[in-house]
Design a protein around this ligand. Structure first.
Ligand code: COA
Length: 325
């Protein structure tokens, strides 16, 4: 028995923030951002729109496509690093806002690998008989946790949500393999230092912008290339597939140069790689589910296709997965 995806949905907030918009706020240029990252624009949530609001929109679309009643769901997993509150979990708000009866709901913190971690947990629970129909969402409102004065990081991120509904299948489709790892020794390279028990909120932490993204970009870049390649290769190997068998590769979209170097090393042609970083930037845990939904809606994934997913993120975490649709 495997778990398969029976519906996907995504939601991007209306407001589009272009590189030119950032030029008015920090010392940067469209040329620098485009050439160093591949990003042209990103979506930012409206005032008052929280992460759960974005997830609700994406989830409604995923549930509708799955053709199930929302009350058939028996588990909600939300992957995010920019949830509504420290607690309760954003998963709880999603359950409440969707008007679903009490079922287990929780958040999962694995940075940009969060959605893949969520799929792996859902797959395991379905195989173990713990859950039958699972909603997995990945979403961020990064615009609220970036430092709007730090050009090194603020231009890299966007807001959005993606969701998938999974159920068991006896067919030769669904999640074929996964690979996941984490190494906390690299935790300091990408961190929101304040707001937790290690550094509680104070006037000083707020003044020093410690509640925002802190990143050593160059270091992250080096690890990312290795982790993305390893995740892609291991997921293919564990599914008994080679790069020739892959119909579409959906990599995490943090930097076009990381994607290009990954596909070169993993021997995957650019035509078989889904790229939307120019339009949505890095939506952390939201990136993969948004891309997956867009790829399906654009007709780039047909029944029987083998799709490869790979991500890396804060933690560090990294993960790969092969899915047959
Ligand atoms: C952040 C990143 C784009 C920076 O690109 P880079 O080619 O490594 O650039 P560098 O860090 O070497 O910085 C080069 C210069 O550009 C400057 N710079 C940084 N951001 C800038 C911006 N938005 N606009 C203009 N200049 C900028 C730097 O200050 C630096 O200037 P200096 O040499 O005078 O100090 C790149 O390192 C990266 O993508 N890293 C991985 C990030 C990532 O994946 N994060 C998410 C993990 S899920």
């Amino acid at each position: 028995m495997r778990a398969k995806i029976i519906g996907t949905g995504s939601y991007l907030p209306e407001r589009v923030m272009t590189n030119q918009d950032w030029e008015k706020i920090v010392e940067t240029s469209d040329e620098w951002i485009t050439s160093r990252t591949g990003i042209k624009e990103r979506h930012f949530a409206a005032e008052g729109q929280a992460t759960s609001d974005l997830i609700v929109e994406a989830s409604k679309a995923a549930i509708a496509e799955a053709g199930i009643d929302k009350d058939e769901l028996d588990l909600i997993i939300v992957a995010t690093i920019s949830g509504d509150n420290a607690y309760p979990s954003t998963g709880n708000w999603v359950q409440s806002k969707l008007g679903i009866k009490p079922i287990p709901a929780f958040d999962l913190s694995a940075g940009c690998s969060g959605f893949l971690y969520g799929l792996i947990v859902a797959d395991s629970f379905i195989k173990a008989g713990v859950a039958k129909k699972v909603l997995v969402a990945g979403a961020e409102v990064m615009s609220r946790v970036i430092n709007w004065e730090d050009r090194n990081t603020c231009v890299l991120f966007g807001d959005g949500a993606g969701a998938a509904v999974l159920e068991a299948t006896e067919e030769d489709t669904g999640i074929l393999s996964h690979f996941w790892e984490a190494d906390g020794n690299l935790g300091e390279l990408l961190i929101q230092p304040a707001g937790g028990s290690a550094m509680p909120a104070s006037e000083e932490t707020v003044a020093n912008k410690k509640h925002t993204v802190h990143m050593r970009g160059n270091e992250v870049f080096k690890h990312a290339v290795r982790m993305m390649q390893e995740s892609a290769m291991k997921a293919m190997e564990r599914a008994g597939l080679t790069s020739d068998d892959i119909d579409l590769f959906i990599p995490h979209q943090a930097n076009i140069r990381i994607i290009e170097s990954t596909i070169k090393r993993a021997n995957i042609p650019q035509e078989k790689t889904f790229i939307n970083i120019d339009k949505i930037a890095n939506v952390s845990a939201g990136t993969i589910p948004i891309a997956l939904d867009q790829a399906r809606k654009q007709g780039r994934i047909k029944p029987g296709d083998n799709v490869l997913l790979a991500a890396f993120g804060a933690g560090f975490t990294w993960a790969g997965m092969a899915i047959r649709f």
